[in-house]
Design a protein around this ligand. Structure first.
Ligand code: AVJ
Length: 322
């Protein structure tokens, strides 16, 4: 087992994104990727254990049940690139199925150093895999993997946990298309997608009674305080989860409890925020199985197989680059 990390610095991008998001004229927004600092990544791990949040368990069930068939559908020498590895727990099923028959390289791609370290620790014991972590944005990391893989090896990209749902439509299709441009025919993408389900069930999953998701969301303001020397008072914001039937997405917001002015001391920016005004921090689109198939086709993939969990509607989609 070989562990390594390739790191990219992005502190200034965080500053720029926060400042431009907070000064948006209509809806203020903060990109969801910044939810995952050390604290946020650990809170997300707790969310995955909550009884109300069935997504991760459904994803894991499908991988556990179908890993053998999934890897049989991607024959030959395979290198695995995972976009957003998180803790790496679910990935174990795929890596074990692959490495049973062939030595396998595994490249987790993560902007969170904490998540990268967790995943490397979690998977270190699997024989005959080598792990090289990339602390990069997804597509930058995938470009790096594509550049170092050898002729005759296929790339199997893993995008589990319905990360794709964080992109609004049609940004999800563009993301798949950009990924397709980096891949070669014969490469594959295993894409996890959360499916439509009753709205009340979704609200509970994103606004759990313990308040873990609320803490996860509020931590973004705490992170801005820590890293950019801002003065958000967390008690003056409230976590809100709501479903938009227009976009069929669950959205997380942070609603201001009063009129206030927040200063980001690192940049000198002061932002007025009105009572009840919200900061939009994340959305997660809920797909229909057919929607995933057509989205894949629009992006230059063919859906080779789809596995659905019925306890918590969720689909694992194996897409082939054509
Ligand atoms: C990791 C983006 C799939 O949207 O369900 C969980 C993140 N946010 N609870 C999701 C999340 C609030 C999660 N994804």
């Amino acid at each position: 087992m070989l562990t390594n990390a390739i790191i990219a610095e992005s502190a200034s991008e965080f500053t720029t994104d926060v400042c431009s998001g907070l000064t948006k004229p209509d809806q203020k927004e903060l990109p969801s990727k910044y939810l995952y600092d050390q604290v946020g990544s650990r809170l997300f791990e707790v969310i995955c254990e909550l009884p109300e949040y069935g997504l991760t368990r459904a994803d894991e069930r499908l991988l556990r049940l179908h890993a053998t068939e999934i890897v049989e559908r991607v024959p030959g020498q395979v290198v695995v690139a995972e976009l957003g590895s998180g803790s790496g727990k679910k990935t174990r099923w795929i890596l074990e199925a692959l490495s049973r028959h062939r030595p396998t390289s595994y490249y987790p791609i993560e902007i969170s150093a904490t998540a990268l370290a967790m995943c490397e620790r979690e998977l270190a014991d699997i024989d005959s895999i080598s792990i090289v972590g990339f602390e990069h944005e997804y597509l930058d990391g995938l470009l790096k993997v594509a550049a170092r893989h050898q002729d005759g090896q296929r790339i199997l990209v893993l995008s589990l946990g319905s990360t794709i749902g964080n992109f609004d439509h049609p940004a999800d299709v563009s993301f798949l298309r950009e990924m397709r441009l980096i891949l070669q025919p014969g490469d594959a993408l295993l894409l996890g997608t959360d499916l439509q389900k009753p709205i009340l069930q979704l609200i509970e999953a994103y606004d759990d009674p313990l308040g873990v998701t609320a803490a996860f969301n509020l931590n973004l303001l705490a992170r801005i305080n820590r890293e950019l020397d801002a003065d958000f008072v967390l008690e003056q914001f409230e976590h809100v989860a709501k479903f938009s039937s227009v976009t069929r997405s669950i959205e997380m917001h942070l609603r201001s409890r009063q009129d206030q002015v927040v200063t980001i001391h690192k940049t000198g920016l002061s932002v007025p925020i009105l009572e009840n005004e919200t900061n939009w921090t994340e959305s997660c689109h809920k797909y229909s199985p057919q929607e995933v198939v057509s989205m894949a086709e629009d992006a230059g993939f063919r859906c080779d197989a789809q596995w659905i969990d019925h306890e918590w509607p969720f689909a694992e989609n194996l897409l082939m680059a054509e």
